[in-house]
Design a binder for this molecule. Sequence first.
Ligand SMILES: [Zn+2]
Length: 272
Amino acid sequence: MIIKPVPCLKDNYAYLLLDPQANQAAVVDPVEPEKVKAALAEYPEYKLSAGRQELLTNQPFIYLLIYIYRILTTHHHWDHAGGNKKLLEQFPELTCYGGSNNVEGVNKIVGDKESFKVGQLEVIPLTTACHTMDHICYYVSDNGKNAVFTGDCIFSSGCGRFFEGTPQDMWESISKVAALPDSTHVYFGHEYTIANLKFAEHVEPENKEIQEKIAWAKRVGCTTPSTIQNEKLTNPFFRVQESSVQERVLGKDNKASPIEVLGKVRAMKDNF
Ligand SMILES: [Zn+2]
């Protein structure tokens, strides 16, 4: 599979997901459809075969090309779902996946692990409530290469604000994503990495992985994708069971559940 980030708005990422075997395409959170279509134009072979070719019977040498894109929407916020209707107006045959009817343009609501295909790629939706209750992460694996599109649930070294859910909801969502293979590439919805890492360093000043990642992030600018393994090493919201994080949040020798610690780390970040 090929995954191509498409920077949108101020710091959002839409993504192209391409299956080279079937030459089929899907788009993730295409908030600015023109930018996503321009990115797709760099892969002309996908244009022709993303849908089906139909011979016009009265014009034997002219083919009508119907492009079938699929839209994978992570959640209902406008900066992710806000391009869906525009894209559907241009391509009414689109299948638009999402977690609830609150998602603009949704015509296929998916539940946990109700998998579907993009070409030959199996896409597995993971319900990951908290930032919004309809949040879906999409997991794709292809010949040992794995990827997950995490929207505003999980960022590089951070997580989304708890707008609709509780610390327990986010803990369940993080645990679900953390259970994916360590090598899984994590394609997140916003370029917040440096700000997230500054907070991560505040929580764990001694964490060498965080320090190295800050230097790397400053060098590369665009930090997508991360990996599950890297998140386990640098993301304070994944690390609420580590004694270093617990001590920072609770003080020395105090104990609390991962869910309580997660709530406290989120509150710290919201005021950082
Ligand atoms: Zn959001």
